[in-house]
Design a protein around this ligand. Structure first.
Ligand code: FAD
Ligand code: NAI
Length: 466
């Protein structure tokens, strides 16, 4: 007997919705079920709104420093949070609506509701009004994403305790924001709010913020955190908070002493956990990898008709990795002989300066064997001077013998946009000369990538080769 659908996708984030679109394009009868956010965390309460806030903070800072270029601003520029939030919400609404338009345009059906997997080929959907419906499908794709981790002493239900969703939706600029966690979210939002006018303190339990990133990048970010007046406490343990007459105090154990930091709100950004519970997976015997759903190279779980993609299927929890996996799964379901075989998932931290990496960083490459490193400062790139953004560097790491590009790290303005060329080079197995001999338009920041590739060969022309 034919089933209701050839595929049911659970969750419409950057994993699920592109999967649904691609399935529609491939002529597969598909239903996408979403319980809260069309576009997922990313479009509604993650990547997009955070980048809007970060950009607003940066623009305000640029205005404050425009006099260096001879632009005189009279009076003091400031952020109007009501207008800023309205602008941000307009962007997320437009993108979320776009997701529905694209699914519809590709003949993929949509349903609002929460899905529970009740059999290898059956899903029960609870609609917002509580009514339940069972539907069958040849394939089920779990794309349910992740949720912020809560820590003892900081319950998100309490008003001054913010998860990233609440922190992105503030109607006021905090006088003093404490960020617990100096990772992606903690530092991106610490910098955004510091630039918008908040006093910020970051509390990180490890001995460095952005632990594991290239130390040269971490140093550059730390310098700017200091410039923005952000206090950073490392090896610090946040223990709880209490109300005071005019706000709260956050209690922290630091350097063997108890400290109380006065604040008005506290953001907890200590990582995210996959949404794998309550989906019916235990009853079906779906194998797990810790809290993540275990998948093979085709993103198939231990139950052959069930797939998992995105945050729920493993690290790195990044939107573009989810999207790529969604597209791979759609093709697998359509019978194409494909599997996940990307060499690199580039990553970007949208701090100031931005950090973007593709492939191996210097330490990882060095541990693997002999390498050459080409490093070029932003200050040596003409375009960086014309935008007055000379902070940072380009670093290209190559295999000493084969000259194949192993990794690129860019720390500086627009690093996020510059890294795609480097990911392409790595995917294609390019050598340093392939980048070095590609004519890059002048004057652009991309020339920094070209020059760093040449520097790795000892052939840079705009810096002295070492
Ligand atoms: P999600 O986006 O989490 O989507 C899953 C969807 O499934 C949700 O809409 C959820 O409502 C739905 N769902 C869950 N369970 C059910 C169910 N039972 N039934 C029906 N629907 C269900 N990544 C980047 O690459 N770049 C960034 O700049 C970036 N910035 C971020 C900033 C913040 C503040 C946060 C929190 C995250 C950020 N991320 C960023 C991470 C990125 O948002 C995630 O990696 C990405 O959203 C994962 O996509 P996904 O499709 O796996 O899951
Ligand atoms: P994270 O893993 O990036 O950072 C969490 C930080 O909190 C770590 O430095 C950790 O040591 C610290 N920490 C953990 N427990 C702590 C405690 N009790 N006290 C103090 N510090 C503690 O996680 P984050 O920032 O919550 O982001 C979650 C994920 O979302 C990221 O890992 C990333 O995958 C994704 N993301 C990606 C972005 C991007 O691509 N630009 C932006 C934002 C999020």
């Amino acid at each position: 007997m034919a089933r209701d659908y050839q595929a049911i996708v659970i969750g419409a984030g950057p994993g699920g919705y592109p999967c649904g679109i691609r399935l529609g394009q491939l002529g597969i009868k598909t239903l996408v079920v979403e319980r809260q956010y069309w576009g997922g965390v990313c479009l509604n309460v993650g990547c997009i709104p955070s980048k809007a806030l970060i950009t607003a903070g940066k623009r305000l800072e640029e205005i404050a420093h425009a006099d260096a270029m001879g632009i005189i601003v009279t009076g003091e520029a400031h952020a109007d949070m009501t207008k800023l939030q309205a602008w941000k919400n307009g962007i997320t609404a437009k993108l979320s609506g776009g997701v529905k338009t694209l699914l519809k345009g590709n003949k993929t059906e949509m349903m609002d509701g929460s899905a529970l997997i009740v059999g290898p080929n059956e899903v029960e959907i609870t609609a917002p009004d509580g009514t339940k419906k069972r539907l069958t499908a040849d394939n089920i794709v779990i794309a349910t994403g992740s949720t912020p981790i809560e820590i003892p002493g900081f319950a998100y239900k309490d008003e001054p305790v913010l998860d990233s969703t609440k922190a992105l939706d503030l109607k006021f600029i905090p006088k003093h924001l404490v960020c617990i966690g100096g990772g992606y979210i903690g530092l991106e939002l610490a910098m955004a709010y510091a630039k918008l006018g908040s006093k910020v303190t970051v509390v990180e339990m490890l001995d460095s913020v952005l632990f594991g990133f290239d130390p040269d990048c971490v140093k550059a970010v730390q310098r700017n955190l200091k410039k923005a007046g952000v206090d950073v406490m490392v090896k610090a343990k946040a223990k709880g908070w209490a109300k005071t007459a005019d706000g709260i105090v956050v209690n922290v154990e630091h350097d063997g002493a108890d400290k109380a930091i006065a604040a008005d709100v506290v953001l907890v950004a200590v990582g995210r956990r996959p949404n794998s519970k309550g989906l019916g997976l235990e009853a079906l015997g779906v194998q797990m990898n810790g809290a993540f759903v275990k998948v093979d190279k085709q993103l198939r779980t231990s139950v052959p008709s069930i797939f998992a993609i995105g945050d729920v299927a493993g690290q790195p929890m990044l939107a573009h990795k989810a999207t790529h996996e969604g597209e791979v799964v759609a093709e697998v379901i359509a019978g194409h002989k494909v599997s996940y075989d990307a060499k690199t998932v580039p990553a970007v931290v949208f701090t100031d300066p931005e950090i973007a990496i593709a492939g191996l960083d210097e330490a990882q490459a060095r541990a693997r064997g002999p390498i050459k490193v080409g490093k070029v400062p932003y200050g040596a790139v003409g375009r960086a001077l014309t935008t007055n953004e000379t902070d940072g560097f380009f670093k290209v790491v190559i295999d000493e013998k084969t000259k194949v590009v192993l990794g690129v790290t860019i720390c500086g303005s627009h690093a996020s946009d510059l890294i795609s060329e480097c990911a392409l080079a790595i995917e294609m197995g390019a050598e340093a000369l392939d980048i070095g001999l590609t004519i890059h338009p002048h004057p652009t920041l991309g020339e920094g990538v070209m020059e760093a590739a040449k520097a790795a060969l000892g052939e840079a022309v705009h810096i002295l080769n070492r």
